[in-house]
Structures are given as structure tokens and as C-alpha cells.
Design a protein around this ligand. Structure first.
Ligand code: NAD
Length: 339
């Protein structure tokens, strides 16, 4: 059985990644669209075989309640709208997948979790990296201690943002700058790989003065996560340099490295360790399955089999609590300890 999915927001990511993934999925299929642009919605419905009666606007969105073709609502709107639509979808009795970052504050995350719980429906945050096969392999190598105990992580995700008028540079719609948008990948993936929660954070922020892109949100964030095991993760995000995404975990007897780490496809995994008397560096071939298809079908399967999801609302909440501590550390110029 394939569950019916409604996609809310038909922007670049929804059209470029989410809709194609829903076509490929085994347990999920696109059955409805929610958009503020009726002509675009008609066109997309036509392309993807969606019944025109299943096109909704933001105003009549709550009437999805009466539509049995919709099991899951996938929210692909600007970050500042995730909480509102997630809560409305839960109240309409639907399961929810929300894009990352989950929301713009821990308080919004709590509201979303509460609404899903009250409706007895699932809530999942689209942390695609946790489904990417190479990423899963790095987590497996780390958690099985294949190269001994992990000691340190370096991770980064930076890219250029062009248009100063886009929502990603608007504080209310984005919730912050590079940190919640792409710094979230080093943050979430470090926690995932180690299977451990940071006990303290420290951070520095730097934005070019007089750059119209950074009037409301920050550019670069350098942050360190301290884990109870002693591992230090040194992370970086930024919005004013050419795209670069890398992840490396260094353990006692070897390292695993992803470069690129957070691309949509063709990430590359290399490992380095001593082989006999020599240092060996080897590229690991891992089958390139779509992280988007895996993530979408994960939620459908969890619903069909009534199992917990790997990246529930609580996972998003944890990152938002950590991001707030990261901002506070930079602002106050000190290490912030987490309980
Ligand atoms: P986008 O600007 O291309 O699309 C956003 C859509 O929301 C547009 O269709 C826009 O019309 C609509 N919208 C509705 N109300 C709006 C409002 N008040 N202001 C602005 N737009 C409004 O953005 P995107 O890149 O598709 O990002 C959408 C979401 O997907 C974000 O949460 C983003 O973080 C996430 N995303 C995730 C990934 C990933 O790899 N998982 C990649 C890109 C984006």
C-alpha cells in the first residue's frame, strides 16, 4: 500500500527534489498539492497526475481533514511557516513531515510536538543526511568502533546566498542565517554519528558590515560541540563563500571523511588508516540510493507498521535548543553548558 502525500509549498526544493522522490517511492505517492498560486498548482498537478479536486490553497488548507486521499502532509515552506502548517495538519488528523530546520525556535517545536501528540499522529523532521547511505555507513563505522574510539570531528557547510531580498535572509521567515539553514547539517550529523548529545557549546559569529544580505541574519558561524565522551566537534557554516561541504571523523586508528558531505547526490566517502606498515587512503563505494526516497518511505512505513520514526519532532527540538545555545555563546563570548 502507498500512502497519500500532500505537498505544501511548491518552491525550488519541492519541485526539484520532493516531487521526483515521491514518484520513485514504494510506499508513498503524491495525491494533493497546497499552493498560493492556482495556475502553478494546476500545472504541477497535471505533470504529476494529481486530481485537480485535491488542490488546496493556504486558506482552505484545513479542509484536508475531510480528504481520505491524504495521509501525510509534507511541509516545504519557508522555515517561519513550518510550525503553523504542522500544527494545522496535525489538527486535521494528518501525519506530518516537515522540512528542516523544524521551525524557528524551541517553543515552536514544542507546539508542533504537542499538536501531533494530541492528534495521535506522527511528526517527522526531514533530516535527509540520516538516510543517505554513505552517511549511514559513517555512523556504522563510528558506532561499531571500527577505527577505535572517536576523538574529533571537523564539519562544514558553506555556500553563497545571492539575492538580499530572499526569505532566507529575512529573520522572521528564516529564523536565523547560515546556522539553521546549513549549519544544521554539521550539528545534526555530528550528534547522529556519535549517538551522543553535546554537554557544552562555544561559538563565534562573523558577518561583513554593510553587506545588504546580512542586515537581519548572520553570515558565518564557527561552533564547537563538546561531548561527554570527550569528543570535540569543530563545525562551520556560512553564506558568503563558494559552496563547500565536508565532514571528517577522526578515531584512534583511522578516519572517515565525506567530501562533498551534504550534496543531494554523489557524496564521496574516503577512509584513512594504517594498512600493515603503510598509511592507506581508500574510497568506499556505497550504492547511491536517493536519500529523499528513503526518507519519505521511512515515514510511510513507520505509519503503516506503527513504528517510531528515526527523526521525530524531539530530534528537531534538540537541535533548536542547541542552536539557541550556540547563538548565546557567540553573543556572550563564553562557553554554554547544557543540562
Ligand atoms: P523556495 O523559496 O524555493 O520555496 C518556498 C515556497 O514557499 C515558494 O513556493 C513560496 O511561494 C512559498 N511560500 C508560501 N508562503 C510564503 C511566504 N510568506 N514567503 C515566502 N514564500 C512563501 O524555498 P526552498 O528552497 O524550496 O525551501 C523550502 C523549505 O525547504 C525550507 O524550509 C528549506 O530549509 C527546505 N529545504 C531543504 C533542503 C534539504 O536538502 N532538505 C533543501 C532546500 C530547502
Amino acid at each position: 500500500k502507498r500512502l497519500g502525500w500532500a505537498v505544501v509549498g511548491l518552491g525550488e526544493f519541492a519541485l526539484g527534489q520532493v516531487l521526483p522522490a515521491l514518484r520513485e517511492a514504494k510506499y508513498s505517492r503524491l495525491t494533493a498539492l497546497v499552493s498560493g498560486d492556482p495556475a502553478k498548482a494546476r500545472r504541477v498537478a497535471d505533470q504529476h497526475g494529481v486530481d485537480p479536486k485535491n488542490i488546496y490553497s493556504y486558506d482552505n488548507f484545513d479542509s484536508i481533514r475531510d480528504n481520505p486521499d491524504i495521509d501525510v502532509v509534507y511541509i516545504v515552506l519557508p522555515n517561519g511557516l513550518h510550525a503553523e502548517y504542522s500544527v494545522r495538519a496535525s489538527r486535521a488528523g494528518k501525519h506530518v513531515m516537515t522540512e528542516k530546520p523544524m521551525a524557528t525556535s524551541p517553543e515552536e517545536c514544542e507546539q508542533m510536538i504537542q499538536a501531533a501528540r494530541a492528534a495521535n499522529r506522527k511528526l517527522m523532521v526531514a533530516y535527509r543526511a540520516q538516510f543517505e547511505p554513505r552517511h549511514v555507513e559513517v555512523a556504522r563505522l563510528t558506532r561499531t568502533r571500527a577505527f577505535g574510539n572517536p576523538r574529533a570531528i571537523t564539519a562544514e557547510f558553506v555556500q553563497n546566498q545571492g539575492d538580499p531580498a530572499q526569505w532566507r535572509l529575512d529573520r522572521n521567515l528564516a529564523g536565523g542565517g547560515s546556522l539553521p539553514d546549513i549549519g544544521l547539517y554539521p550539528l545534526n550529523f555530528s550528534r547522529f554519528v556519535l549517538g551522543e548529545e553535546p554537554s557544552a557549546v562555544m561559538a563565534h559569529i562573523s558577518s561583513p558590515p554593510n553587506d545588504p544580505r546580512f542586515r537581519e541574519v548572520e553570515d558565518r558561524v564557527a561552533f564547537t560541540l563538546h561531548f561527554p565522551s570527550g569528543v570535540i566537534a569543530h563545525c562551520l557554516s556560512g553564506y558568503s563563500a563558494h559552496r563547500s561541504s565536508r565532514f571528517r571523523i577522526m578515531s584512534e586508528r583511522g578516519w572517515a571523511s565525506l567530501d562533498p558531505a551534504f550534496a543531494y547526490e554523489r557524496n564521496r566517502l574516503t577512509v584513512g588508516r594504517r594498512v600493515g606498515q603503510q598509511e592507506g587512503i581508500e574510497e568506499r563505494q556505497v550504492e547511491d540510493k536517493s536519500q529523499f526516497v528513503l526518507e519519505i518511505d521511512h515515514l510511510s512505513q513507520a505509519i503503516l507498521e506503527n513504528k517510531p520514526v528515526k527523526t521525530p519532532g524531539e530530534e528537531g527540538l534538540r537541535d533548536h535548543v542547541l542552536m539557541r545555545a550556540i547563538y548565546r555563546s557567540a553573543e556572550e563570548g563564553r562557553r554554554i553548558t547544557l543540562s
